[in-house]
Design a protein around this ligand. Structure first.
Ligand code: HEM
Ligand code: HEM
Length: 228
């Protein structure tokens, strides 16, 4: 019996597609350089907000958005990885154990990228807002990390997209549709994992909006250096 299950709430979906678009624009603006770097900075600040939002949402969001429901121990991740190429391995409504790991890696690497960006300089016109607080040597070091880590992000996004193709072709699971519509069609007889997960209603609208207001304030304070 097929059953439609609510998986990704609107905040997770908006977060996801905003992040994907922003990361693409950040690489494009970095490539163009010059005046485009003004946009690089602005979009980078927006991404700080996205990441902070997602971290808070990982605690107060709906069931499948919460970290505790998809961040697994290394043992579980390894056990899942061992069965990856078995067609009858467990299906998950939310992120599977390897997917959970990739979410943490993506969020951490993008977060680190924005943090180093705040201290980066391009030796011409753009400086992160905290450059004047540190030595030139430290800023150059952060710029190098910003350059290095941008490759880490590229690799993780490459893996991310490969995994989605792999699931579509090999496992016959269409993950993209769920990230667009929020819903998944699951075979209710699929077994243990499916039954263990509690389908839950969306959060009331005031909750994500409150987090947005809070996070916007924090980002504003951070980039205008109200506190430091
Ligand atoms: C720069 C580009 C991208 C980044 C940084 C990125 C990042 C992420 C992150 C952080 C998540 C976890 C969502 C959450 O729980 O909050 C996720 C999930 C997902 N992303 Fe992306 N994404 C990118 C591009 C794409 C593209 C282009 C597609 C599809 C064509 C896509 C499809 C998906 C899907 C289907 C999931 C859910 C996976 C699952 O069911 O476990 N992503 N992505
Ligand atoms: C997730 C967010 C970000 C991504 C993906 C990103 C990506 C990149 C990339 C790919 C480059 C080119 C590196 C190279 O030359 O090889 C770059 C350069 C730069 N970014 Fe970002 N960036 C982000 C956020 C920020 C933020 C928040 C700032 C702060 C204002 C910033 C400031 C800079 C500066 C000053 C450069 C020039 C460094 C240089 O001369 O190489 N970035 N960024």
């Amino acid at each position: 019996m097929m059953k439609t299950i609510f998986v990704w709430d609107i905040p997770v979906r908006l977060f996801h597609w905003s992040l994907a678009t922003s990361i693409a624009m950040l690489f494009i603006t970095a490539q163009i350089g010059g005046n485009a770097m003004e946009w690089h900075k602005k979009i980078g600040y927006f991404v700080i907000g996205l990441i902070l939002f997602r971290v808070v949402w990982g605690f107060v969001g709906s069931y499948h958005a919460r970290f505790k429901n998809f961040v697994r121990t290394p043992t579980t991740v390894i056990a899942y990885a061992k069965n990856l190429f078995k067609k009858d391995s467990a299906h998950y409504v939310g992120h599977n154990p390897m997917g959970g790991l990739s979410v943490v890696a993506l969020i951490a690497s993008v977060g680190f990228q924005t943090a180093t960006g705040l201290f980066s300089n391009d030796d011409i016109m753009l400086e992160g807002p905290y450059v004047s607080m540190v030595s030139k040597a430290f800023s150059d070091q952060m710029t190098r990390l910003h350059q290095l880590n941008s490759n880490v992000i590229l690799i993780l996004v490459g893996l991310h997209l490969s995994a989605i193709v792999f699931y579509a072709m090999f496992k016959k699971e269409q993950l993209i549709e769920a990230m667009l519509t929020g819903k998944k069609e699951m075979d209710a007889s699929i077994g243990g994992q499916f039954k263990a997960e509690v389908p839950e209603k969306a959060r009331p609208a005031w909750l994500p909006w409150s987090v947005v207001v809070l996070v916007s304030g924090v980002v504003y304070a951070l980039v205008t250096r109200i506190f430091f």
